[in-house]
Design a protein around this ligand. Structure first.
Ligand code: GLN
Length: 622
């Protein structure tokens, strides 16, 4: 059996859960289909479908999920969104409130004094919203609404003209509400126009799968997970979900929030949708309604799914991982710039004054607060630098960028420098730009690599705590006698060595060694800087080390004469001398004592590197 066969034979556990639930509730025959709209009375009460859609676009369906029915009141939150987009929050809320009414969906009650409907989920509020849809003609407004709802569902939807005509011909109660709204000046023009649009939006034909996708679009910040098309501006999602939470199932809202705990909307067509923000949408279709006009099975499905899958929105998941995935100081982990003894001693002593926080996941108030707290508590105890690495940060919301910008301000006032590494270009960087006080810009540095951020801190520590000029010794030249590999050699050995080496010069930017070249010489750096890098599989380079005068590279030549494992390039004007493997072999035979000295010095270097790498591994594993 191939893998594909196996996966189609095994049912998804989520699918299995839904099927069991569907089978259990199919026996529930309580409730009546709506009859006050004659066309709705024709529907088969046995129909029953459930769909779950995740925000990443996975659908689980069971039962009658492709049978068309009309949206009815489920159109209300969507058209409320259209009104908000077309007129802005202030204008819309002059026409309709956001208070739960605790009354039936078709109650004829308006706020005393203002005549405003209590909220956009009861008919009065919804009709007021329909009157606010923008468009030069009735046709244009109808198209605007149909297009918006289609964007939520992710496919072009149509109006069930029979249901529309049926409700239009019999909807006297809604007509009364419309004219009352006109009387109070809530509707400013002909109420029949708003009523027609309202009856049309209620008659938009969907299936259960559409409902789940509409819900998932609301869960996904307004973007349909399958088409990636935006149905409503992100800034209105919270408003829409709020009124769904407090008013979505009319006079059953308290019980619904208590038992289900998901923003939801029902319609007398038999549909119910529920939204778990950021995660999923649920659509249920079952036309038999309870006395409040909510689908009997729809309520049961949502209650059961909420409790069995722990979806209640007041039972939020704990943050899945710590925001700080690794924390260490420069006492343990250094940049890849190799340091001489004097600099190393300064960094050993003061390295704990620079702390690194590798962050991960979503940064929002609750996660960044811990980091900001830790840094501000550490600062008075002698923290000069804080590096925040963003490599694994998936998102930072406005609260997080604001707190980080405040932290920069705190740093400016307390002598703490902030280094933000690997912050992705684009939105996040722009958000920082907007929040940062330009006066404090000098106390923050953005570095494209963590390694460069560490080096930036080292330079700062050396400037503050090192001997004057220590951080800027790159230009100094050392003679062969002063070179680290020649430490402890006699004048005679030095003279012999001098005779074997070949001098080389490189301009800044020139390649010196390339990965894959034969390892035929050891190099002693006498002036300038070189960097050793490897190419990363995904493109780009990683620095393994930066070396200065008195250091060496290409040691591999001594060991096995194999191929170069990394690239070496001159960062500045470079002077070095090469000791070819042929000369090394001759020295080994003619002057073993010199060779022992050389190997001894190389081993001392290698040991230092090993010690540093060990500390790094230990710090990263801690
Ligand atoms: N069109 C229906 C009405 O206005 C919508 C009511 C509903 O779905 N609750 O009566």
């Amino acid at each position: 059996m191939t893998y594909a066969d196996a996966s189609s034979a095994i049912r998804s556990p989520v699918q299995a859960c839904l099927e069991q639930l569907h089978a259990r509730l199919a026996d529930l025959t309580a409730g009546q289909v709506a009859t006050y709209i004659p066309e709705l009375a024709k529907v088969d009460p046995a129909l029953f479908g459930i769909v779950i859609a995740t925000v990443d676009g996975r659908l689980y369906e069971v039962g009658d999920t492709r049978v068309p029915f009309t949206l009815q009141s489920i159109s209300k939150p969507l058209v409320y969104g259209v009104a908000l987009e077309d007129q802005g929050t202030e204008r819309v809320h002059r026409a309709v409130g956001v208070e739960p009414s605790g009354e039936a969906f078709n109650a004829i009650s308006l706020e005393p004094g203002t005549g405003r409907p209590m909220n956009p989920m009861i008919n009065a509020g919804a009709i007021a919203c329909s009157s606010l849809v923008a468009g030069a003609s009735a046709q244009a407004r109808r198209a605007r609404v149909l297009d918006a709802i289609s964007a939520y569902a992710g496919r072009p939807l149509a109006i069930d003209e029979a249901v529309f005509e049926s409700e239009r011909a019999t909807g006297h109660r809604n007509r009364a509400i419309g004219h009352m709204l006109r009387n109070y000046g809530i509707i400013e023009d002909d109420p029949e126009l708003a009523l027609d649009l309202y009856f049309q939006q209620c008659s938009v034909q969907v299936d259960c799968r559409d409902l789940a996708l509409i819900a998932a679009t609301l869960a996904n910040g307004g973007v349909n997970p399958l088409t990636a098309r935006r149905a409503v501006r992100a800034e209105y999602i919270t408003a829409i979900l709020s009124v769904m939470t407090t008013c979505g199932v009319y006079d059953f809202t308290g019980g619904w929030v208590f038992n289900v705990g998901l923003p939801a909307k029902s319609g007398v067509g038999g549909g119910v949708l529920a939204v778990l923000p950021g995660q999923l949408g649920i659509g249920v279709f079952s036309p038999a309604l309870d006395e409040r006009g909510n689908s009997v099975r729809g309520v049961q499905v949502c209650e059961t799914l909420s409790s069995e899958l722990a979806l209640h929105f007041l039972q939020p998941p704990r943050p899945s991982a710590a925001t700080v995935r690794a924390r260490y100081t420069l006492a343990e982990v250094r940049s890849k710039r190799r340091r001489g003894d004097a600099e190393r001693r300064v960094l050993d002593e003061h390295g704990r004054r620079a702390a690194v926080y590798e962050l991960q996941g979503d940064l929002r108030f609750s996660t960044i607060e811990q980091v900001v707290r830790e840094i501000t508590e550490a600062a008075p105890a002698g923290l000069d630098f804080a590096v925040l690495d963003f490599k694994r940060v998936s998102h930072a919301d406005q609260a997080a960028t604001r707190l980080l910008a405040q932290l920069v301000g705190y740093g400016a006032a307390h002598g703490l420098n902030l280094v933000l590494t690997r912050v992705r270009r684009g939105e996040l960087l722009a958000a920082f730009g907007n929040e940062l006080d330009p006066q404090c810009a000098r106390s923050v540095s953005f570095q494209p690599q963590l390694d460069l951020g560490l080096e930036w801190c080292e330079r700062g520590l050396l400037q503050r705590h090192g001997a004057a000029g220590m951080a800027g010794t790159a230009g100094a030249r050392c003679s062969l006698a002063e070179h680290g590999l020649c430490a402890g050699m006699s004048p005679a050995d030095l003279a012999l060595l001098q005779a074997c080496v070949e001098p080389h010069q490189f301009d800044a930017g020139m390649p010196i060694l390339r990965r894959g070249d034969p390892g035929d010489a050891l190099y002693l750096l006498l002036r300038g800087e070189v960097s050793v890098t490897v190419e990363l599989p995904g493109g780009g380079h990683k620095r393994l080390s930066t070396l200065t005068a008195g250091m060496s590279f290409g040691e591999l030549a001594l060991v096995n004469g194999g191929l170069r494992s990394a690239d070496v390039r001159a960062d500045t004007q470079v002077e070095c001398c090469a000791l070819p493997t042929t000369a090394l072999a001759r020295l080994e035979a003619e002057r073993p004592s010199l060779m022992i000295r050389l190997l001894h010095n190389l081993l001392a270097n290698a040991t230092l590197t090993a010690v540093q790498l060990t500390a790094e591994v230990a710090a990263l594993e801690a």
